[in-house]
Design a protein around this ligand. Structure first.
Ligand code: BDP
Length: 714
């Protein structure tokens, strides 16, 4: 062999070696992963056995029609299979007696007995995988379920899946403004590029729709509840219609938040009084105009007479008058009016906790059938932990929709890892006892308790323009969990987390268990360093920095001291009969759980009681010790989360790993900030030393206050 040949051989070996390495690297983490693909990754399946089995059923995709929604389904299955199995599977109109394919089947004879039209079933029939539904959109949901099944490497041979959504309107609420900002958004700017619309269609609109449809979400309110009248203008309706066109093939309807005073500010009328015939005619014409552009428009979401927004009460009318006036405009159409119950007046002597109940329960039975009243999960405002809103169960003649918040307004923005499914589940599973035991919030929301047909669940979105959609990579799980729960609120937090981790982060079982465990603890950890034992912090401001000392504002319920009521005696808000008596808004069975400070579960203690610093709690520690223990344990547990994450490094895409790792470091720093602020501030009331087993904060209270002041500088 001459020298040239040897050199060539050497070069060849070198190339082979480097390509083998490239292969190994590639196999482990298929592509660099910036998180854009969410849970729809469709990375190549490495398991040879699974792949072989899947080959048997993926020779073709048969779909009954060229309907755009069905086309979305076949496109997705095709895209999924191309990623998972690396092959292009042909789409045909009929299976024509062949086996070995995926067959989408519209069933018209109702033989399948689905709970509703959107339901689907998946099973093997004559050697094919048959996805059936009574509707096109059901086939789309079934296709996504099939892909989820395959992405999690489950067997196809004996597949039997059957599912129907429990709630009818499953929606995201975007608090996005026309200028591209997002109220309480921490993942970049708005996804909607209003200045480019309707001409330019950002490809991201479609990916947004795919992600939502994969979970069963079927509605999207595009703009902020603190709405601009601009969205009612012809110019914006056209822009909205362009987005609706992209969403339609994914079964998603668009909705708009409305500015109640639009007849005046946009329409040039002298009033926006809902009982004024001109105002009524203005809205009727506006709704008609919208339907000309968007024939399947979803409806309106309304924040009225809340936090300075205009509303019917400006004219001495009720929320029902306002809602019914809008509902009348929707009579010829399919749309609905979703009226928010998030209201609280400035009342120096009142308890904000009680406000929504006091304003809305007298109106039960007065709302038009097209109205859904949307209630936040808790009585105050998306706190890290709240008892369920006492409105649930107390308006049996009005469909009540659930409003959860996915964006982490009070949960550390995009630098704290907080898995929210336990927050949602805690509320949904809570028993209101309104019709005896088992009258859970979920059964009120899904309509089974009071027999509502129009049922709704909304989540204030955490999406934005950053590449990975949610800022914190783990926050994608909150979008995912919300969507899955709108479809089926009986799924457990753990089940959903397992699924999401397998789809999104790793196929390794041990790593999955470890990450899921960390996710399941993350909310309690956050509560411990942020609002332990039932503290809350909804005062006005940025909702990020600790400032329990904040005592000045235009109204008392926009101060911190209003909520925690720390004084030399103790801590917490007395909502028993001796105090504001908010507890009376719940059924006796619920009151009994919370009214006695000796037996009230500790997570709710300070929500309902002003507890003295020296009171011995069920843990055997005094309140002061318990508060310190929780604050310290919470902050320390973030270190534990860091360790847990570090241990799964080998199984996570390096980009995602590093991102989460860095955010956990920030979270730890900020958890200490919160802990120090609370401990030092509360100590000035408790007048007791910090228990010796805890390291004293390095800073003084003045220094912490200064650091917060600097943070809040404009
Ligand atoms: C509060 C937010 C505020 C929202 C309001 C609402 O701080 O930005 O406008 O809720 O839900 O949590 O209307």
């Amino acid at each position: 062999m001459n020298r040239n040949k040897i050199a060539l051989l050497f070069l060849g070996l070198l190339l082979l070696k480097s390509s083998v390495f490239a292969q190994i690297k590639k196999d482990a983490f298929a592509v660099t992963d910036d998180g854009y693909r969410l849970w729809l990754k469709y990375d190549p399946i490495a398991d040879v056995g699974v792949k072989k089995e899947y080959q048997k059923f993926t020779q073709f995709i048969a779909a009954p029609s060229a309907n755009p929604v069905v086309k979305s389904a076949t496109d997705e299955v095709q895209q999924g299979l191309s990623g998972l199995l690396g092959k292009v599977v042909p789409v045909v109109l009929s299976a024509k007696g062949q086996s070995g394919g995926i067959v989408l089947t519209l069933v018209t004879d109702k033989s399948q007995d689905f709970a509703n039209k959107e339901g689907y079933s998946i099973e093997t029939v004559q050697g094919n995988i048959r996805v059936s539904s009574e509707s096109e959109v059901g086939l789309l949901y079934g296709s996504f379920a099939l892909l989820r099944h395959m992405q999690t490497l489950q067997s196809l041979s004996a597949i039997t899946l059957r599912s129907s959504p429990k709630v009818r309107y499953r929606m995201l609420n975007h608090w996005d403004n026309h200028d591209g900002t997002i109220e309480r958004g921490y993942a970049g700017s708005s996804l909607w590029k209003w200045y480019e619309l309707p001409e330019r269609i950002d490809p991201r609109y479609r990916d947004y729709a795919r992600a939502n449809a994969s979970l069963g979400i079927n509605g999207s309110v595009l703009n902020n509840v603190n709405a601009s009248a601009r969205f009612m203008s012809a110019e914006y309706i056209e822009k909205v219609a362009a987005i609706a066109n992209v969403f339609r093939p994914y079964g998603i309807k668009v909705y708009l938040s409305v500015y109640f005073a639009a007849p005046k500010t946009l329409g040039g009328l002298g009033t926006s009084d809902p009982l004024n015939p001109q105002v009524q005619a203005w809205w009727a014409a506006k709704v008609k105009e919208i339907y000309q552009y968007i024939p399947d428009f979803g409806g309106f979401l309304v924040k009225a007479n809340s936090e300075g927004e205009p509303g019917p009460q400006d004219y001495g009318r009720t929320h029902a008058d306002g809602a019914n006036m809008l509902a009348a405009a929707f009579k010829p159409y399919d749309g609905v009016v979703i009226w928010r119950a998030f209201v609280y007046k400035s009342d120096p002597k009142g308890d904000r906790f009680k406000a929504a109940y006091e304003e809305f329960t007298p109106l039960d039975g007065q709302f038009d059938e097209k109205v859904i009243v949307q209630v936040k999960n808790g009585p105050i405002d998306f706190q890290p932990r709240e008892p369920f809103s006492p409105l649930f169960g107390n308006m049996p003649k009005t469909p009540l929709g659930m409003e959860f918040q996915l964006t982490q307004e009070y949960l550390g923005f995009a630098t704290h890892a907080v898995y929210e499914a336990p927050i949602f589940k805690e509320c949904l599973d809570a028993d209101t006892y309104v019709n005896g035991k088992g009258s859970t919030v979920a059964r009120i929301v899904d309509g089974t308790l009071h027999g509502y047909a129009r049922t709704a669940m909304a989540g204030v979105a955490n999406t934005g323009s950053v590449r990975n959609w949610t800022g914190h990579p783990l926050a994608q799980a909150n979008w995912y969990a919300f969507g899955r729960l709108t479809w089926d609120h009986q799924l457990s937090s753990e089940q959903i987390a397992r699924e999401w981790v397998a789809l999104t982060l790793t196929k390794d079982k041990k790593a999955n268990t470890q990450i899921v465990n960390m996710m399941l603890h993350s909310r309690d950890i956050y509560v411990d360093y942020n609002t332990p034992l039932g503290l809350s912090r909804p005062w006005t401001g940025v909702h990020f920095a600790p400032e329990p000392w904040q005592n000045r504002s235009s109204r008392p319920d926009w101060t911190a001291v209003y909520y925690h009521k720390a004084d030399s005696v103790g801590l917490g808000f007395d909502r028993t009969a001796n105090g504001s008596n908010a507890l009376a808004q719940y059924r006796p069975e619920v009151q009994r759980q919370w009214s006695n400070p000796d037996s009230c579960p500790l997570p709710y203690l300070l929500w309902f009681h002003h507890v003295s610093w020296d009171k011995k709690l069920s843990t055997g520690q005094t309140l002061w010790h318990e508060v310190c223990s929780r604050l310290y344990a919470g902050a320390d547990s973030v270190l534990w989360m860091q360790q847990q994450w570090d241990q799964v490094k080998a199984h996570i895409n390096p980009e995602t790993f590093a991102d989460v790792e860095a955010r956990l470091r920030t979270q730890h720093k900020e958890a200490i900030w919160w802990r120090n602020a609370w401990v030092l501030y509360l100590q000035s009331f408790a007048r007791q030393p910090i228990p010796p087993k805890f390291k004293k904060p390095e800073q003084t209270l003045e220094q912490v206050i200064k650091s917060v002041d600097v943070y809040l500088l404009r």
